[in-house]
Design a protein around this ligand. Sequence first.
Ligand code: XUL
Ligand code: CO
Length: 437
Amino acid sequence: MAVFAEIPEVGYEGLDSKNPFAFKHYNPDEMVGGKSMKDHLRFSMAFWHSMNNVMNDPFGVGTAQRPWDHLTDPMQIAEMKMRGLFELTTKLQIPFFCFHDRDIAPEGSTLRESNKNLDQIVDLAASLQAEHPTKLLWGTANLFTNPRFMFGAATSPNAEVFAYAAAQVKKAIEVTQKLGGENYVFWGGREGYETLLNTDMKREIDNLGRFMHMAVDYAKKIGFTGQFLFEPKPKEPTKHQYDFDAGTILGFLRGYDLIDHVKLNIETNHATLATHTMQHELHTARINGVLGSVDANQGDLLLGWDTDQFPTDLYETTLVMYEVLKNGGLHSGGLNFDAKPRRGSFTAADLAETHIIGMDAFAQGLKAAQKLIDDGEMEAIVNERYASWESGIGKSIEDGKESFESLEAYAIDKPEISNISGRQERLEAILNRAIFS
Ligand code: XUL
Ligand code: CO
């Protein structure tokens, strides 16, 4: 029996369609720059938001109306949600999903009991995978909800918690492998601090390094070939999260000899919480060879927290896809909707529609980004700006042939140097044209 009986199968109807359950821009098999939209975009549904989020906030209870609201047995609810996820992803043509271990099965009173519940639901997911096109983009472990993790997991001051977290991640990697997960994500959860007054930061970060080496060793041992991903976030829930932003994580990965084993999962709302643009974070990851995957959402710049809204901002989706195209694609990564409808958009139909809207916004972004690349004007302006490095003294510097002394000799009697215009507004107009033409 259908879980989301009122949600129809969603297909492409084009720009003139007013049907809310149709794509206006996302046309999965349409080729853009030699690759189909579905291969470019690799959309994913986040189990924790789309199945679990009741849409409460600190001032009000949940408003979400979901097909399992009448059930009380936790395992029965878990099964219905898993069926619902496979049904909805299939109807919406979303090829992937992502989950935390505790999203999909209730926690027991021991880890053994939790693992047993998890195994039962993972078996169900495996059998649903055989009947549906939906694949696993990534799995992860929830190391933040249970009170034992109040001071973090791998960075907890309590070694007992470190041990528990390691055992939990071991199992989460195993089930991710079992479901064919293409990646495994480490989001910091509560890895960070509330006050330095009670925190041995060096020990905590060293322990995170130890934890990650154990994860790398274990993945190798069991032959898990999925890509490990760190997901930066600067704050929330802790005041300072150790995985603050892409640059901070790069420093950690290099400092602890993990750079060959971990890439980044960049989330739009986390970038803006760090007072970076999303493009900055993607660009930083890309030029350092660690752009792995994207948590696709958007924040509200007037609010200081992680609102996890569905992406609708075309400037944002265009620049995300511009960086993704420059990266040669997302490879094993995807665009995971780490997003929830607003609290007032509480129906199951809203849940489906918000995904459709997000997919269309990314399809538009992809088309605009491909135009920017095909048109080449933006890149030409950048290349011209750096032309002095292609010959003469610039080339000689980059070839390693110069020193402070030789450059003094070169510069000492030079007349005034002239620069060329940065043409920022022209570039902004080129971006506008790509989006709106
Ligand atoms: C939290 C967040 C997480 C990660 C997975 O802000 O983004 O849901 O994506 O743990
Ligand atoms: Co996320």
